[in-house]
Each structure stands twice: as structure tokens, then as C-alpha cells.
Design a protein around this ligand. Sequence first.
Ligand code: NAD
Length: 443
Amino acid sequence: MRISIFGTGYVGLVTGTCLADVGHDVMCMDVDADKIARLERGEIPIYEPGLDAMVRRNVEEGRLRFTTDAAFAVDFAPLQFIAVGTPPDEDGSADLQYVLAVARSIGQHMGDDKVVVDKSTVPVGTADKVRDAVQGELDARGSSLTVDVCSNPEFLKEGAAIEDFTHGARIIIGTDAERVRETMRECYGPYNRHHEKLMFMDIRSAELTKYAANAMLATKISFMNEIANMAERLGADIEQIRRGIGSDPRIGYHFIYPGCGYGGSCFPKDVQALARTAGEIGYHAELLEAVEGVNQRQKATLFTKLAQAFDGDLSGKTIAVWGLAFKPNTDDMREAPSRALMEALWAAGARVQAFDPEAMGECRRIYGQRDDLALVENREQAVAGADALVICTEWKAFRSIDFAWLKQTLRMPVVVDGRNLFDPQAVKRAGLLYFAVGRGDSL
Ligand code: NAD
């Protein structure tokens, strides 16, 4: 089957590569000429485990191609995926300008009937807007071609994107047209062999399913952080509480880790966008607003704890930061807690020595060259000569530490652990002051 994908970012590139890998003929289109040139040279613009080999194999075998030419991509296939970004607008709502630009471009260039698949995360009602945008272009040139629009939200996680795409729990398709069902069955057939994963529903329900899933996951995190903040003040240990509640099958162990707040390109923007959607229909989404508020406060706790340890004066101090990405196995720093921390440290006159296994290039791209930021080559260099250590991301490489070495290396024995990686007793035995999340014991 021939498939074109507009937007060659995390979702578009992974979708295109995985669909090519099961035998489809895929054209990935992006307006970013530099990104497409790099892909054509065999360079993968994002870090995603396993992706480079898969891209290379499918390019070599002729099933995966890249272009900046929208007309060519529209002409290439009957199935047109939209996987461009939907960043938050100033008011928190999803900015649909990129999605609608692709829709107009499809309408301008199409020479036969198309099925347009909305894979970007978009508010309820967007499929209608996409259809109107395509139809507007068709009407303008007096064309009688037809377009079907369906919603196919993506649930992959960065860091496990290929596994999630190929072995995801479900494939949601929102459509009211039988012929679209058939097309989407053919597209996803190779993923639907073991058991039925395709879930067909109406378009608006499919659009809302994506936001509901992300809002539920964000709610679990903010809930745990709320309880962690109370545990910290009550002398209780959130890690014991986590195990205690996770053992209840109605709650479960997944996604109940406390920490320094959620980041990334999805949870923050999707929770805000859903709250904004609620506002537009005159509904006050109190819970969603609280989820977002708790998360903002949680991101600030890394700095607050550090400032307390230094009696409020961090000026002239050097702080080691382990982990810059918003979570392990990605180089993505969008909305990462590390950014809130570093920006607060710089405002307080401190210097940062940071290390991340994958996100150093991304950090350099975001912050450029600055005197108060040293990006170093490993975790040891980050703590050398530093006054304190803050852990922002739970990379495996940070999980096993010689605490005696850390005590000797740091100028002040302060460790702020935003991911609860260590046993507080073991850290304290080494003579370190340990500030974790919700572990009353470690205060
Ligand atoms: P991204 O920023 O990594 O990639 C978007 C790409 O679209 C960019 O390369 C950009 O140059 C390109 N683009 C912009 N305008 C274009 C146009 N007119 N034509 C062609 N390309 C264009 O974004 P992403 O993380 O892949 O997210 C894409 C969508 O998928 C968003 O709606 C996001 O919420 C959703 N989503 C993301 C994830 C994730 O983990 N990143 C997971 C599920 C869903």
C-alpha cells in the first residue's frame, strides 16, 4: 500500500518507518529541508532506540523515502497521514496551524480521491476542520474529487516508540465511512494478526480518547506527587506507600512513581489543551487544572530543596545536574524538569555542570553557549568541583553510585534526587544530605 506521511518528527518518522517495515511503500514529507537532507544522508535527527537500523534497512530496500515536495507526497499515495506538531497556543489550546496547512496543501495538489488520517493529537472537531480545509481548496479549483478524513491518534512513548507502535495495546480509528474502515484495515493489517487491536469508533470519540489517555496518566503522576509532598511533611515514605497502593489490582503499579514532575511534548500541552476545550464548552475542568497546577509546583521543588540546603543563597555555587531529557531513552527536553531547575539556578546566580547520555546536543541547541553552563562528558565530570548534585532523569547509568566517592567529590554533601533512585539510609550512611521526593525519612 502506498502511504504519505506529513511531518517527519518523532511520530511521523516512527510511523513511516514501522509501516515501511511491514511492507508498505512510504513517503515521509517535511518542510524542514535540513531534517530531510540529514535523513537522506542516513542521519537520524532524533534519538530513539532501534530507529536508525530500521530506517536504514527500509531505505536500502526501497520502501522508505523522504521529500520536501508536498505536491509529490500528495500525488504519491491514496492514504495521507498528518503527523505534524500541535504545540500549545498562547492560551493553552492546541495550535492547529500546521495541521491545517497540510490539509490545504493536500486539497491544492490532489489529483485523485484521498483518505486523510489525522495522527497528530488534535482537539475534538478537528477532523471537520481538516475536511473543510481540503474541501475549500477543491471548491476553489472547481474539483469534484472526494476526501475522507479519519482520526487515528498515536499512543507511542518516546524511548520505546518502535515497540509501542508495533505492539501497542490498541489502534484507534475514528471514522463513519465503511470504505475508510477497509483502507485502515489494510494499512494496519500486519499489526492486527495476533489478536484484534483495531478499535473503530466515531471520529469525535477517537479524538477525545487520546486526550483522555494522556490526562489520566498525568493525573496519576500529579496524584502521587501530591501524596509525596504530604508524606514528606508527615514523616512517611512515599516509596512504601507506592508499593502499598500498587498491590491493589484496582490501582496497579504502573505510572504511580512520584518525581520532579512530568514533562515532554505531550502531557503538559495535552492536559492544558483539554482544560481549554472544557472552557470553550462552558465546563470548568477543575481536576485537569489541579493536575497541571500540581505539576508546575512539583517541577519547582528541585530548586526549592536545593535553595533550602544552601540557606537560600545559591549565588556563585556550581551545581551538578545528572539528566536533562524529560525521561530516559530520549533526547527530548521539551518541558523537562531540568529546564525549570537550570533556569532557576541561573536566575539565582549559580553555575550548572550537566551531563545526559543523549540530550547534550539538544541542550546546546536550546541554550547555546553560556558561561554558567558547562556540558560535560560523563557523570563524574559533572560532579567534579560541584557544590551539590541534582538528579533530574532516571537514566540507568545514574542508578548505581559509589556514595563514598560522591561524598569526597562534592564540595557540600548535598544530593537532591528528583527520581528517588537510592535507598535514603545508604546515602545518609555515606555522610551525604539526601533530599528525595516524599521520603520523610530523607529530610
Ligand atoms: P515533532 O515536532 O517531533 O515533529 C513535527 C514535524 O512536523 C516537524 O519535523 C516539522 O518540521 C513538521 N512540519 C511542520 N509543518 C509541516 C508541514 N506543513 N508539512 C510537513 N511537515 C511539517 O512532533 P511530534 O513529537 O512527532 O508530534 C507530532 C504530533 O503527534 C503532535 O500532535 C503530538 O502531540 C502527537 N504525539 C506525539 C507523541 C510523542 O511522543 N512525541 C506521541 C503521541 C502523539
